[in-house]
Design a protein around this ligand. Structure first.
Ligand code: CP
Length: 305
């Protein structure tokens, strides 16, 4: 099974064949995780996990994925503990780390940092989030979760809710869903946090049917509601964040009689009440678990034999 790309920076580069191959391999990874015997297919390979912006799920699932496949991990955390703090460029960092590792996953606060990295990166590179840009492995694990929860992708009605402007996960997922057929989208956000024009232009070009609204109730009549947190770290005006941060809050009573699957890339910061967690609609912790399977699949396909 081979992919059409060497580096993964954006879901826009994924073909349908790539996506199907990655999904299939992610399902196969369930067997690896359940098998008590250590899988050693990536023995001798090293993943560099470079996280220059906070992360819990992405970083830990990348690291666990490599360890589950028998490989090893080296890490760098935060600007202040790396030579980026001393002024080293992303390009020099890639040239260096590529001498130590067989594959690099990087999170960086600057949109476009991943595109800079791959101009020189000597080993396969994965964008683990570049500011408000893209987060392609998140979109792939979201896709896996939708397929597992709803049994299909084609024909679904999907709502995206919250910070559609700065939320990189909704950008990546929308591009990825452009590979599928007959989907309908309801984009729910405050007017200040609407989906960027470049994403809605893509949707128009692809003939993807969508409506934009500020009405949260519309999301709960969909097949999937993809909730997002308001991205505090992207606001220059703190009072604007405070005004918008809890504009949409989901509670269990709103889901009575509803068949909608609730996704969230996490972390949540109040936009889903914890009383939702026990409902069958709540798929966000299963979604986080799928992140491990998906990152195992991606790493193995990019660096494996
Ligand atoms: N979903 C996600 O990217 O979570 P982290 O920021 O914890 O990695």
């Amino acid at each position: 099974m081979s992919l059409s790309f060497r580096h993964l920076t954006s879901t826009r580069q994924l073909s349908r064949a790539d996506t199907d191959a990655i999904l299939k391999h992610a399902y196969e990874m369930e067997g690896v995780v359940k098998n008590p015997k250590q899988d050693e297919r990536l023995k001798g390979k090293v993943l560099a996990a470079l996280f220059y912006e906070p992360s819990t799920r992405t970083r830990l699932s990348f690291e666990t994925a490599m360890l589950r496949l028998g490989g090893s991990v080296i890490t760098a955390d935060g600007f202040q503990f790396s030579s980026l703090y001393k002024g080293e460029t992303i390009e020099d960092t890639m040239m260096m780390v590529g001498q130590y590792a067989d594959i690099i996953a990087m999170r960086h606060p600057e949109q476009g940092s991943a595109d800079r990295a791959i101009t020189v990166c000597p080993v396969p590179f994965i964008n683990a989030g570049d500011g408000p840009g893209q987060h392609p492995t998140q979109a792939l694990l979201d896709l896996l979760t939708i397929q597992k929860e709803r049994g299909k992708i084609d024909g679904l009605h999907i709502a995206m809710v919250g910070d559609l402007r700065f939320g990189r996960t909704v950008h990546s997922l929308t591009y990825l869903l452009g590979l599928f057929n007959n989907l309908r989208f309801t984009l729910v956000s405050p007017k200040e946090l609407k989906m960027p024009e470049k994403v809605t232009s893509f949707m128009k070009e692809k003939g993807m049917q969508f409506e934009e609204t500020t009405d949260f109730a519309a999301a709960l009549d969909c097949d999937v509601a993809y909730m997002t947190r308001i991205q505090q770290e992207r606001f220059t005006d703190r009072s604007e964040y405070e005004r918008l941060k809890l504009v949409y809050v989901l509670r269990a009573d709103q889901l009575k009689g509803k068949n909608v699957t609730i996704l969230h890339p996490l972390p949540r910061v109040g936009e889903i009440e914890t009383d939702v967690d026990a409902l069958p609609n709540a798929a966000y912790f299963r979604q986080a678990k799928n992140g491990l399977l998906m990152r195992m699949a991606v790493i193995d396909l990019m660096v494996g034999g």
